[in-house]
Design a protein around this ligand. Structure first.
Ligand SMILES: *Cc1c(COP(=O)(O)O)cnc(C)c1O
Length: 398
């Protein structure tokens, strides 16, 4: 017989004081979200139906769409990516994948595995995708579907021309899947106005909910394509038409992640209460002030302003400083978690949801500057902190 192992309690494993989560997600969650995550209710029945109705109503606002085809998925942002990709792409679907970095490559890999015939457009690191290049490929390759990220979290670039790219996709009768996992509710994304066919988001980034419950929205045009697909959808759990059992008919597909959905409900309710306009403002002011503070420390930002993502800030590392040492030191010594990178020599600080609060900015910038000093790369912490304060004062509404 295998004996029961000796297991430490969580209180022995977790730090005494929670670390401040300023990486690329998960991000801190507000109290009501944490409280909702502690509740279990029946996954079917009147109470759940009412909650789902409200989640869809809030999603229509947050995605800016009137499409009824909104649904959640039990799983990470990647599960929502896979749901969008595998429902719209099948054997030989000609697919243009705009690749800015790690996550947009993941979309391309998913499309390839779904059987699509893939053409990748590689965008140079730190640049936005160029609509002219995409237009040429729309003309020559004639894709049926395109995948693209709004914000490439891995190298902190923003595809600023997304509205124009989506317009072009429409002009060439190509459906466009947009990964907005790190950007949704941190910056404008107008699904209907821009003509986007599928939008993907996760819980643990812009929305400041927990990881593990994600959302995807399909346009009417996408829904037509899904309804007419010539081959069966190979993934039963991710089948969007089966998901309507739960999301539109209050009946059973699989047992919904009830606690996570309650948490998401609270997180989205807080977005509605704040309003998108004020939330975008808060994110812009917070991220720009942090960026100015980092530069005043004497450090360089990785991406030039014209293609820079605000939702995740990338800091270029001097050759003598390793990303691992920065992340380990800032966590051990200052109790702040930031992110390393998949690829470029940078560290990343998140500016999503609850990360964009003034008190978190000061603590994080101080910890970052002090970490560089501790590691022997001199930076000017007082100037950085002063610049952060100046920027915030300049942008305050009064
Ligand atoms: C985080 C992220 C993902 C993946 O989300 P997971 O929840 O880790 O699966 C995909 N795309 C972008 C742009 C992201 O930032």
């Amino acid at each position: 017989m295998i004996e029961a192992p000796h297991i430490d309690t969580l209180s022995r494993i977790l730090p005494e004081e929670p670390l401040l989560m300023m990486g690329a997600g998960p991000v801190p969650i507000p109290g009501p979200v944490a409280a909702a995550n502690g509740i279990v209710i029946n996954h079917l029945g009147g109470t759940m139906a009412r909650i789902i109705d409200q989640v869809k109503a809030m999603a229509r606002y947050i995605f800016q769409t009137e499409s009824p085809w909104l649904m959640g998925v039990a799983g990470p942002g990647s599960a929502a990516m896979e749901m969008a990709v595998t429902n719209l792409i099948w054997q030989d679907t000609k697919t243009l994948c705009v690749c800015n970095g790690f996550f947009s490559h993941r979309l391309a890999e998913m499309a390839r595995r779904a059987g699509g015939q893939i053409e990748e457009l590689h965008v140079p690191d730190g640049h936005s995708a160029d609509p002219d290049k995409i237009k040429t490929l729309l003309e020559t390759f004639r894709p049926e579907v395109m995948t693209i990220v709004q914000g490439e979290t891995s190298n902190t670039t923003h595809n600023t021309e997304l509205p124009e790219i989506a317009r072009l996709a429409h002009e060439y009768n190509c459906q466009i899947i947009v990964d907005a996992v790190c950007t949704l509710s941190t910056m404008p994304l107008n699904m209907d106005d821009w003509g986007i066919d599928a939008v993907i988001t996760g819980g643990q980034k812009g929305l400041s909910s927990i990881p593990g419950v994600s959302l995807v929205a399909f346009s009417e045009r996408a829904w037509e394509r899904i309804s007419q697909r010539p081959v069966p959808m190979p993934h039963w759990t991710l089948d969007a038409t089966l998901a309507t059992n739960f999301w539109h008919r209050a009946s059973y597909h699989y047992t919904a992640p009830v606690s996570g959905l309650l948490a998401l409900h609270e997180a989205m309710r807080l977005v509605c209460e704040e309003t998108l306009a004020r939330r975008f403002d808060r994110h812009r002011v917070s991220s720009r002030a942090l960026q100015a503070g980092i530069e005043a420390l004497g450090l360089d930002l990785y991406v030039k302003p014209e293609a820079r993502l605000n939702s995740v800030v990338g800091i270029a590392l001097p050759e003598t400083v390793a990303s691992k040492s920065v992340c380990a030191h800032i966590s051990d010594r200052y109790r702040v978690e930031i992110a390393g990178s998949f690829g470029p020599p940078i560290v990343r600080i998140g500016q999503m949801g609850e990360q964009c609060r003034v008190h978190n900015l000061f603590r994080t910038l101080h910890a970052l500057g002090s970490t560089f000093n501790d590691l022997g790369h001199r930076v000017d912490v007082p100037s950085g902190m002063a610049e952060l304060e100046n920027q915030l004062q300049k942008s305050s509404p009064e």
